[in-house]
Design a binder for this molecule. Structure first.
Ligand code: NAD
Ligand code: ZN
Length: 352
């Protein structure tokens, strides 16, 4: 494969600790001085995680992941962290799914940058380096542990802060943390990874680097969801899927799924599954593989989710999709507007 263009300069997470029980070695990744503000998914309030974190100098800030996070929540969490101790934290730790990890990324940015997190949604808008941050996924698929993105609702949009400063400085990948994830959630988040990789390898922006990461992650996803792959494989797939997106972009499924989350409050993984299932025209054979995975895991998607939505709501979803310019250039090339017209987007939503 030849490289079409030198895409851009990439940063990657510089330090990674992988393995079962790795959480007990957290101290190896934390700065030697100062305290750590831990943004932890509230699903872990009961159970062993709080005591394991308490072995270090930490304050825990619970994040309720019942809904996808907003920039207001990031600003509020950053204010709580600032108020917790006279001296600011030397590290931010994000433990949970993509939502909790993204909030941790956002808080680390807001501790060193003025204004609101909503000021930095877009590409490369964060001026100052953030506080050191460490990601610990307890759900696999989003790839938030590897990506430079932190995705938040604000007003009428769902959009990412995309900056080298919103990427983790270290990640701890402990497959034991996936043990209690409900089967549906495991599948939906796992498919987020599968779809990231399909969008990366089929896109116009994909470099050989993106192909290498996404190709391996797709192989691992198929092993996990069609074969005998383990949680260890799923955790590696999620990480490599995140790396593939750093080196490429998402595509049509993500462009359409954001509107579903915005208007219907559907979680990201589920919204992606619903969108992807309507995209045979764009991702043909991959959609067939996805359906075999669903059948194997007895996953039933809700049908007719857009039925009964009023005109303004549909118009907002279409507008949201049309805002996803970079993913759509990646998926369909510079002339994407000729292929994905507002009418076609509406027709695709009608199939979901
Ligand atoms: P999530 O973080 O939204 O969590 C989904 C549910 O799983 C929540 O109820 C959460 O409490 C629960 N959960 C988490 N860990 C668990 C565990 N160990 N056991 C039981 N339940 C657990 O889900 P996700 O799929 O990981 O992430 C989706 C979020 O990440 C969305 O907000 C999406 O926008 C964002 N995202 C970010 C990126 C990125 O690159 N930054 C990429 C994709 C998605
Ligand atoms: Zn995604």
């Amino acid at each position: 494969m030849t490289t079409p263009t030198a895409f851009r300069l990439f940063k990657q997470v510089p330090r990674i600790l992988f393995g079962r029980g790795a959480l007990d070695r957290l101290g190896e990744l934390l700065p030697a001085q100062g305290w750590t503000a831990c943004v932890v998914d509230a699903v872990h309030r009961e159970g062993p995680i709080p005591a394991r974190l308490a072995a270090h100098d930490v304050e825990v800030f619970w994040f309720d992941a019942a809904h996808e996070p907003s920039t207001d929540q990031v600003d509020a969490m950053a204010a709580l962290v600032r108020a917790a101790r006279a001296e600011g934290p030397s590290a931010i730790l994000g433990l949970g799914g993509g939502a909790a990890m993204d909030v941790a990324k956002g808080v680390s940015v807001m501790l060193t940058n003025p204004g609101s997190a909503s000021d930095y949604q877009g590409w490369d808008l964060v001026p100052h380096p953030a506080v050191f941050k460490l990601g610990v996924p307890s759900l696999a698929g989003s790839g938030a542990e590897a990506s430079r993105t932190a995705v938040f609702f604000s007003g009428d949009r769902k959009f990412g802060i995309n900056s080298d400063h919103s990427m983790f400085d270290a990640i701890l990948l402990d497959p034991e943390l996936l043990a209690g994830v409900p089967a549906d959630q495991r599948f939906h988040s796992g498919m987020d990874c599968f779809i990231h990789c399909v969008e990366a390898v089929t896109g116009t922006m994909a470099s050989p680097l993106a192909h290498a990461h996404a190709g391996k992650a797709l192989e691992l996803c198929e092993a996990v969801f069609l074969g005998e792959g383990s949680d260890d494989d799923l955790m590696v797939a999620s990480y490599m899927g995140g790396c593939s997106i750093v080196n490429s972009e998402v595509g049509v499924a993500h462009a359409l799924s954001y509107g579903l989350s915005l208007e219907l409050g559907l979680r990201h993984g589920l919204a992606n599954c619903i969108a992807f299932d309507a995209l045979d025209a764009f991702y043909g054979a991959h959609v067939e593989t996805f359906r075999r995975m669903m059948a194997r895991h007895a996953i039933v998607l809700p049908r007719g989710v857009t039925r009964g939505m009023d005109r303004p709501a549909i118009a907002r979803m279409v507008a949201m999709a049309l805002r996803m310019e970079r993913p759509l250039v990646n998926a369909l090339g510079e002339d994407w507007r000729a292929v994905l017209t507002p009418e076609r987007i509406e027709a695709l939503y009608a199939r979901m």
